[in-house]
Design a protein around this ligand. Structure first.
Ligand code: CDP
Ligand code: MG
Length: 818
């Protein structure tokens, strides 16, 4: 290598005379083509060699810098910490395997150092062997928050600032520079990069983390990479997995070698519901008499008797270790999946730990945001922990704004108990160092998809054994810990080994759009190459939906609308609503409704004050016959109240969740950034420019229709009442929580709805009454009509065509065949 450079430097010296003279002559007189081509050649060579020398200098500098930082006391301490991690023991084996194989699968217990150490080993080695400048390592994370926290952690291990050698990039946020050699990004960011750069030019190492989670993006990426590897023989691919199922991935990549990192975690004591009840009961009994909250406690005792598990075995004495659970079967497990968690039991467990156990943070796993916010409110309202100043209660959820998330990792002030209320986001990708107690409720919100009825649900269901194992492991990171499982051992035994991969239980429209934007050809044949391919009906439904909303044309190619939707990392229907909102200057309502659709609505349903809550919601809706308008008015009311610092009272009086409203506000800002990113919103024009028609309820309903189509039911009069019909499943009912549940006759003939759910019957949730004109004009395709009979809008940017599907639908439903 060095002799080659010397040789080329020698050549440069000998030809430098030519260059100069050639340059001079060209500037003075018209010189020969031969001379000038030689000059260009030499100039090129010169710049290559200069580049080479510059590269060499930079490589040396990089190495020196790395060596220098390693002398600092802080970094030294970090190094000795890192050397104790299990990953360190396999370092040479790992580096050798990376050098000799294109694909490698690494598995190991959570906390063994996969995410923070393996990419760092590669980085350090490359820098030490003076290849630092040319190495370009990318490590993907399934979630935004882990990409940030891991990058930050590695920087502090290396004594560098974030965005220097190590950086991160997530949607709409990045800390990276020209110096960045190791980049953490979300899987979504990498997928979007592939649109521009299908060969991942310049990437030397690609690490895909948390593949055991089998997220849809990760499964999708694996298909792409398997095709890419032969084109990029120099690219190294490393798959990292927490649990044992490594063989599956190894097989997918033609029996790629695997390395297992043996765990070194502290022992974690495991308590099941039986034991937890015993403990918390003891607390209640022994202290009840000399404690003020006597009656409340008794209530809680009754609360825990209302636990659905208990209901099923009414005659079994709770104290005697839930003998009845020997009857638990897989079916009964599934039957309970939808049931509510007993938050009283969670509260009692937290209280028990705070009172009776030693120091250490508590990590509570809950199924979703609603449970987190309920528990948060409960803890704050009850003040059951005594002096709340000594407790730091922090929510942790994937869609939280990134800034607040950092608090989670910081150690709390002295004498303060940190309590983190998290979803399964904290299961394997996020490390909270000081956790000693884990409370596991055993559930996670899981999407499921019923392709036959085209029903998608997001419901809490029992986690898998693999997840339960992960959760427990979070307690034993720095010292021995305890895991409180709020379900009996027999439920644990009946849990599935692994969770079903996301690609098999989610609607596929967003994925299909992505396949088209990456120009992978026919959707079906592409998806057939997946690790576990989705079934044909699900794929068909997704393609049909994309055609119906006008994102794909008849030949399954992207339409202009489809191309715009691809650039929004959102469900295509929600994306369409946002685009239409900005085009039709009705942006604020579109943002608010989209935020509620992408997250959840802010209405809370208190069990004992249900009627008052319903009335509050109805008063927001006025006579609009619309849950979406109710939502809009509630949000606007909250914004007004906030201006006067009255938002707490406003929420309390109107049965609204302040946490959800705040979350919606944050999401709205994110959406505006997204729209401005793709040129649909120009922030410099101010909000007014996009809200000319935001107070026009008819326009709002039209935009709703554009976003929610083809979720349409026809309202048919049956005497003094109305019956509702959809095209796919026939008769449906309106969900009791909807403002439309109490409406007998509707002024307009159709309803658009957000989702249908199947419980005792098929219900449509939030709905809005719309006219046939809205449906006709905004319902179907917005594709350029090839025959030219469409209505052209926005200078040919979008065309309106009263597409056949809309007319068909109107005719069919009107004639009663729907
Ligand atoms: O990826 P894996 O679960 O194997 O482990 P990791 O995330 O690389 O973490 C390895 C160790 O680094 C953990 O056990 C923590 O002690 C420490 N760590 C930390 O203190 N703070 C972080 N933000 C991340 C990791
Ligand atoms: Mg990890």
């Amino acid at each position: 290598m060095s002799t080659e450079i010397e040789e080329r430097v020698g050549n440069l010296l000998s030809s430098s005379q030519d260059t100069v003279s050639a340059g001079t002559s060209s500037s003075t007189s018209g010189n020969s083509a031969k001379l000038s081509s030689k000059a260009v050649e030499t100039a090129k060579l010169k710049s290559t060699i200069e580049d080479d020398t510059a590269t060499k200098r930079l490589n040396v500098e990089l190495k020196q810098k790395q060596e220098k930082t390693r002398e600092s006391e802080k970094v030294k301490a970090m190094i000795s910490f890192r050397e104790k991690l299990p990953a360190f023991k396999v370092k040479s084996e790992f580096m050798e395997a990376v050098a000799n194989n294109q694909v490698l699968v690494v598995s190991g217990e959570t906390g063994c150092g996969k995410t923070t150490q393996l990419p760092q080993f590669i980085l350090e080695e490359e820098i030490s062997s003076l290849r630092g400048v040319d190495c370009n390592i990318i490590c993907t994370q399934p979630r935004r928050i882990s990409a940030i926290s891991v990058a930050a952690r590695i920087c502090s291990e290396r004594g560098e600032s974030l965005g220097d050698t190590v950086g991160y990039q997530i949607r709409l946020e990045a800390k990276r520079s020209a110096q960045t050699r190791l980049l953490f990004c979300t899987t979504g960011v990498l997928l979007r990069r592939l649109v521009q750069d299908p060969d991942l030019t310049g990437v030397s190492h690609l690490l895909i983390d948390e593949i055991h989670e089998r997220g849809m993006n990760e499964d999708f990426l694996l298909i792409i990479l398997r095709d890419l590897l032969p084109r990029r023989p120099d690219l190294r691919l490393i798959l990292m997995s927490a649990t044992i199922n490594a063989e599956l991935f190894s097989k997918y990549f033609r029996d790629a070698p695997t390395i297992h990192i043996p765990g070194l975690t502290y022992p974690v004591e495991e308590l099941f519901l039986e034991d937890v009840l015993e403990k918390t009961r003891y607390l209640i009994k022994s202290e009840a008499d000399n404690f003020q909250g006597n009656s409340r406690r008794r209530m809680r005792q009754q609360d825990s008797k209302r636990d659905p598990l208990t209901d099923l075995f009414e005659d079994v004495d709770i104290g005697s270790h839930y003998k009845g659970y020997s009857m638990i079967t897989r079916q009964s497990l599934e039957a309970w999946s939808g049931s509510q968690l007993d938050l009283g039991l969670v509260e009692a467990s937290i209280e028990y730990i705070c009172r009776c156990e030693g120091e250490g943070a508590i990590l509570v796993f809950l199924s979703g945001w609603d449970e987190i916010s309920k528990l948060l409110d409960k803890i704050k309202a009850n003040n059951f922990l005594g002096d709340t100043r000594k407790f730091l209660v922090l929510p942790l959820h994937g869609s939280m704004p990134t800034v607040n998330q950092r608090e989670i990792f910081d150690r709390p002030p002295a004498n303060t108990r940190k309590i983190v209320l998290a979803t399964n986001i904290a299961e394997s990708s996020i490390t909270i160092d000081d956790v000693v107690y884990v409370i596991d409720c055993g559930k996670a919100k899981e999407t499921s998809y019923d392709a036959l009825n085209k029903l998608a649900c997001l419901l809490p269901s029992w986690i898998s054994k693999a997840s339960a194992h992960q959760r427990r492991g979070r307690a034993g990171r720095v010292q021995p810990g305890v895991c409180y499982r709020l379900y009996p051992k027999l439920i644990h035994d009946a849990m599935a080994q692994y969770q079903l991969p996301e690609i098999l239980r989610t609607p596929l429209q967003e994925l299909c759009l992505h396949i088209k934007s990456l120009q992978f050809g026919a959707i079906e044949s592409f998806l057939a190459k997946a690790l576990q391919p989705p079934d044909a009906l699900s794929v068909h439904n997704a393609i049909e939906l994309l055609k119906t909303i006008g994102a794909l044309d008849d030949t399954e190619e992207l339409t202009p609308l489809g191309r715009h939707l691809c650039t929004l990392p959102l469900d295509p229907n929600i994306g369409k609503m946002l685009l239409m909102g900005s085009i039709f200057q009705c942006l604020n309502p579109a943002l608010t409704i989209a935020a509620a659709l992408a997250h959840r609505d802010p209405f809370v349903l208190p069990i004992n004050r249900k009627e008052e809550a319903d009335a509050a919601k109805r008063s927001f809706a006025g006579d609009s016959c619309s849950d979406h308008i109710a939502l809009l008015k509630a949000f606007e009311g909250w914004k007004d109240a906030k201006r006067y610092g009255k938002e707490r009272t406003f929420c309390w009086e109107n049965f609204l969740s302040p946490v959800t409203l705040q979350m919606m506000e944050d999401m709205r800002n994110q959406f505006v950034d997204l729209l401005s990113d793709i040129g649909f919103v120009d922030k410099s024009r101010g909000a007014k420019a996009y809200n000319e028609y935001s107070n026009d309820l008819e326009m709002v309903c039209a935009i709703l229709c554009a976003g929610l189509y083809p979720n349409v039911v026809q309202c048919k009069r049956r005497g003094k009442r109305t019956a509702f019909y959809t095209k796919e499943v026939g008769k449906v009912d309106i969900h009791p929580a909807s403002v439309n549940a109490s409406v007998h006759l509707f002024p307009l003939p159709y309803l658009v709805y957000s989702e249908k759910v199947k419980t005792s019957s098929i219900y449509i949730r939030d709905s809005t009454n719309i006219s046939d004109y809205s449906l006709l004009m905004f319902g179907g395709n917005l594709t350029p009509s090839k025959s030219g009979d469409g209505i052209e809008m926005l200078g040919g940017y979008l065309h309106f065509s009263a597409s056949k599907s809309v007319l068909d639908l109107i005719k069919e439903t009107a004639s009663g065949t729907g």
